[in-house]
Ligand binder design. Structure first.
Ligand code: DQA
Length: 147
């Protein structure tokens, strides 16, 4: 079965209680359960992780390359300024693996600093603004590209 690493950046572990008017009321654990269920419906094994640590996210991208894992990534605030994570994402896509950047909110409809993604230019594609469904759509994009 194809493995998809569903990696989540800083503060996403606080989903459910973090600014629910923006990010919704689904907790991170509930999101992880949905993602694993959606993945199995698509024939994908989803490995769901979250870290507040940039270095750990970089290491996870290296792990995806080494293991041939597809990636769905919500880089959270690192989206807007982490060149280290961008370079690690470039390793994933240049290895021929799919990397879908996902966001719960639509960053382009928010503060100006969120309008820039340093990740998008090296991602296979981006899905933003559909709440937790962004992850389902991201998994569908991975499955579609593999078909
Ligand atoms: C986010 C959007 C980012 O701007 C923000 O820093 C996040 C979450 C989203 O999923 O909408 O932490 O990536």
């Amino acid at each position: 079965m194809t493995t998809v690493l569903v990696a989540n950046g800083p503060n996403l572990g606080r989903l459910g209680s973090r600014e629910p008017e923006k990010y919704g009321s689904t907790s991170f654990d509930e999101l992880a359960a949905h993602v694993m269920q959606w993945g199995s419906e698509l024939g994908l094994e989803a490995v769901v992780r979250q870290s507040d640590d940039e270095a750990e996210l970089v290491r996870w991208m290296h792990e995806a390359v080494d293991n041939g894992w597809q990636v769905v990534l919500n880089p959270a605030a690192f989206t807007h300024y982490s060149y280290a994570l961008r370079d690690a994402c470039a390793l994933v896509t240049s290895a021929g693996l799919t990397l879908v950047e996902v966001h719960l909110t639509n960053p382009h409809a928010r503060e100006e600093f969120r309008h820039t993604s340093v990740i998008s230019g090296v991602a296979s594609g981006t899905i933003a603004g559909f709440g937790v469904d962004s992850y389902r759509l991201g998994l569908e994009a991975v499955a579609t590209r593999l078909a």
